[in-house]
Design a protein around this ligand. Structure first.
Ligand code: F6P
Length: 532
């Protein structure tokens, strides 16, 4: 299946592809839902694209996509449907799981969330000291990264209480967050699909102890977002402040429902629904657009081209949008927890490398940090730029234009590079001659021919943010189908969790480290002898 496509990595120079096709920018981009996804600055040719589309067809992307949307149990290793799309199915068309339509319950929960968040925002729901000023969301992984990223992204729309996110079990995180908050006007929201995650439960107990120092009935200022109502009740949170969902919502896909409660508190129900509407629009686009005009499909095929065909092991996500500063971290979980696997659905080994290492920082900060390596390092890093046509700061349009110029300059520089002859001319103009001119010129050469894509969107509104996130979710799906893996389990996180549980009594000195390896024993010994 892969052979035909691999043979198409001709090593063609990207810039030459523009010479040969005056319409390359238009031919190798997708313009849909007000977005423009430009992948013309890659080495993909018409033939390569056709072969990539064949690859998607051969892998059965259409059938699997349809199976996902109708609630078939495509998460085969956990025996679950994959239905985060139902959470944003505002149209409400029935989605049937195990013989029952799940939509009425989803909308009921959404309405309950809206009611509670409005009560909080309007001061109807009060803490012991009055209206809620601060909300602390305690969760980790999918119960943190998505909502934290989206809350920050939608800062211009925030008109509710401050929403803080605590994830790390490192006590520094919760201590730094709670310091300065007033317990009597703070609501703690414990976000955990399973309500067993040790980091979250430890932080939740720390928050409860903190609350009980000043609040007479501390549990009255707690709410929970979870699938495990028995466990939330055992923690002392009444059902009226528990917002549930089903196990067919994967953790890293869960910000569209109760796990997104922090976003809703920050921006309100209307903006949250606009966010869902954006994702729903991307769902429909993904379902019905031809592959060549399909944003998630083409984003995925470009990813496959760079990673599996050209062999580039990493992917830099570079939002020229400060409020998307947590997007790379969010995508690390979405992409690497989903597609960081080595075994296919049927238990056999995957024949090619799977998900790339995803990393990045917002521009222009990254330019002054790691872009040196991207431009002149010995490895090729495919770059994914994101940029809005318009910022939110009406009085700082000139800064947005400067930001935009920087973004476009980077993809241009990556592609065109700078030849040795141009570098020599530059050195000659500085008055250098002979060996010194040659030596200095060599350092100023940019190899160029480095691939990048650019995703442009009108403005980072709730609706557009919903589209962007759903776009990346579906990209992960398509890449996973082509690789033949299950993108919806995460067995690779389990071993470390088990060993941490076993190591806890050893670190605490209650058990001996005798059966541990030499390195682990030495590390434990250092920690025990150096801690007070
Ligand atoms: O890291 C593993 C994981 O299971 C993630 O998939 C999930 O998002 C995270 O832990 C948190 O899980 P929970 O929401 O159950 O606390």
């Amino acid at each position: 299946m892969w052979k035909n496509v691999k043979a198409l990595d001709s090593g063609a120079k990207i810039i030459d592809l523009f010479e040969n096709d005056a319409n390359r920018a238009g031919d190798f981009s997708v313009d849909a839902l007000d977005m423009l996804f430009d992948y013309s600055k890659t080495s993909i040719t018409e033939k390569a694209r056709a072969a990539l589309i064949d690859l998607a067809n051969a892998a059965g992307v259409t059938a699997k996509r349809n199976a996902m949307f109708v609630g078939e149990k495509i998460n085969e290793t956990e025996g679950r449907a994959v239905l985060h799309t139902a959470l944003r199915n505002l149209g409400g068309d029935p989605v049937v799981v195990d013989g029952a339509d799940v939509m009425p319950e989803i909308h009921k929960t959404l309405d309950r969330m809206a009611q509670f968040s409005e009560d909080i925002r309007r001061g109807v729901f009060k803490g012991q000291g009055g209206a809620i000023t601060d909300v602390v969301n305690i969760g980790i992984g999918g119960s943190d990264l998505g909502p934290a990223m989206a809350t920050l992204a939608l800062a211009p729309y925030q008109d509710g209480p401050n929403v803080h996110y605590v994830s790390n079990v490192d006590g520094a995180h919760i201590a730094d967050t709670l310091r300065g908050l007033v317990a009597t006007t703070t609501l703690v929201v414990v976000a955990s699909k399973t309500f067993t995650t040790i980091e979250t439960m430890t932080n939740a107990r720390t928050a409860m102890a903190w609350m009980s120092e000043t609040v007479t009935d501390p549990a009255s200022q707690f709410a929970a977002l979870s699938t495990a109502e028995d466990k939330t009740a055992a923690f002392g949170i009444p059902a009226s402040r528990v917002f549930g969902f089903e196990d067919w919502v994967g953790g890293r896909y869960s910000l569209w429902g109760p796990i997104g409660f922090g976003i809703m508190i920050a921006v309100g129900n209307d903006a949250f629904r606009a966010f869902l509407r954006g994702a729903e629009a991307m769902d429909r686009h993904f379902q019905y657009a031809d592959f060549m005009d399909n944003l998630p499909v083409m984003l995925a095929l470009v990813g496959i081209w760079h990673n599996q065909i050209c062999g580039h092991a990493t992917r830099a996500v570079l939002p020229y949008d400060q409020r998307l500063m947590r997007l790379p971290a969010y995508l690390q979980q979405l992409e690497m927890e989903s597609n960081g696997k080595s075994v296919q659905m049927d238990g056999s080994d995957v024949a090619v490398h799977t998900g790339p290492v995803v990393w990045g920082e917002p521009g222009t900060n990254g330019q002054h940090a790691f872009y040196q390596l991207i431009h002149q390092g010995s490895r090729v890093v495919p770059c994914e730029f994101l940029l809005a046509a318009e910022g939110h700061e009406a009085d700082l349009v000139h800064q947005h234009q400067l930001l935009s110029a920087n973004c476009l300059a980077q993809s241009e520089a990556l592609m065109t590079g700078r030849s040795i002859n141009v570098a020599r001319d530059l050195m000659a103009a500085k008055g250098l001659v002979g060996d010194e001119l040659e030596r200095q010129a060599r350092h100023r050469v940019f190899p160029g021919n480095r691939p990048s894509t650019t995703l442009l969107y009108p403005k980072l509104t709730p609706e557009v943010l919903g589209q962007i996130i759903a776009l990346y979710e579906h990209r992960v799906f398509v890449e996973g189908v082509i690789l033949g893996i299950n993108s919806y389990d995460q067995w690779g996180v389990e071993l470390g969790k088990e060993l941490a549980t076993a190591l806890q009594p050893i670190v605490e000195g209650r058990e001996a480290a005798d059966d541990k390896d030499g390195s682990t024993r030495a590390l434990v010994k250092y920690l025990q002898t150096r801690s007070v």
